[in-house]
Design a protein around this ligand. Structure first.
Ligand SMILES: [Zn+2]
Length: 295
């Protein structure tokens, strides 16, 4: 059996003591939102100030100089589970911080969010309490300086298709490629268009094309794209069977380095219940496994 008795030493009303002129000046400045150090006879600046130079034991000069408020972390200890009475209720670091202009470091909390954010040389600055009373806790904690920002970039826009593109997308909405044939030169274009770019004549004949084709040329992309399966991914010009002009599309279902000119591919459609009137119905084109085509 073990016996224990818990003792608490506490001054419920607070234990009042005088600070002396040096510490008193430091705390008064804190109350006013400034940090000061005191000069030693040797010319060093002690922060927090002491009444005696720890090197020589001589009284300090009584000359106060403002320091910081930013400073540099020299070392730290990470507190994973803060306790009652700690300055923060979330994990933080107890750190030795040397404020700019000081020759000694003070101990204070750094609200870094994550232990991985702590490193020697980390630049920090104080986060002051709104209500200050002349106490070291007038600085709630130190926080890392902002050294970089992440700027979100996003563009969202609506494309209104013209008549020809609308006609093409109507086909895509039911799983088919709609092209057209020029009545003059007999070239077949896909997507559907209303005039021939070579002859300039109005096109009236609509043709449905299969969803198979041949890669005529391609590019391997190493920058991520929200539509692409992974990085690197391949975008390619694909000549649909029966058409005379290739269209651009993603290639998937094959390693990027295996894609080649002449490769036979077929559209990989998303499940039919997910079809809309957009090119999102086609995930990409995937190899059919047929022998390569002559270009
Ligand atoms: Zn034509």
């Amino acid at each position: 059996m073990s016996l224990e008795a818990r003792h608490v030493l506490e001054f419920p009303g607070g234990y009042t003591r005088t600070t002396g002129p040096v510490i008193g000046r430091f705390l008064t400045e804190l109350r006013d939102g400034r940090v000061v150090g005191v000069r030693t006879a040797a010319g060093r600046t002690l922060v927090p100030p002491l009444e005696y130079d720890p090197d020589t034991g001589d009284a300090v000069t009584g000359e106060f100089v403002e320091v910081g408020p930013a400073g540099t972390v020299e070392s730290w200890s990470w507190v994973r589970t803060p306790r009652k009475g700690h300055p923060l209720d979330r994990p933080f670091a107890w750190a030795l911080i040397r404020l700019d202009g000081a020759d000694t470091a003070l101990v204070h909390a750094v609200d870094a969010g994550d232990a991985k954010a702590m490193r020697p040389g980390l630049r920090v600055r104080p986060r002051w309490r709104a209500e200050r009373t002349g106490h070291i806790t007038d600085i709630e904690s130190f926080v890392p300086e902002v050294t970089r920002i992440v700027s979100p970039v996003r563009a969202e826009y609506v494309v209104k298709p013209g008549l020809a593109l609308a006609r093409f997308l109507e086909g895509i909405a039911r799983g088919t490629f709609i092209g057209c044939r020029c009545g003059s030169c007999h070239k077949v274009y896909v997507p559907y268009r209303m005039s021939c770019p070579e002859c300039g004549v109005v096109i009236t004949e609509e043709v449905e094309l299969p969803d198979t084709g041949t890669i005529t040329t391609f590019a391997i992309n190493n920058l991520p794209d929200p539509r692409a399966p992974e990085v690197p991914f391949v975008s390619a010009y694909i000549l649909l069977d029966g058409s005379d002009i290739p269209m651009i599309a993603l290639v998937g279902g094959v390693a990027a380095h295996e894609v080649r000119q002449g490769m036979r591919v077929r559209a990989a459609w998303v499940p039919e219940e997910e079809w809309t009137t957009s090119m999102a119905n086609i995930k990409w084109f995937a190899p059919t496994g047929e022998p390569d085509a002559e270009l």
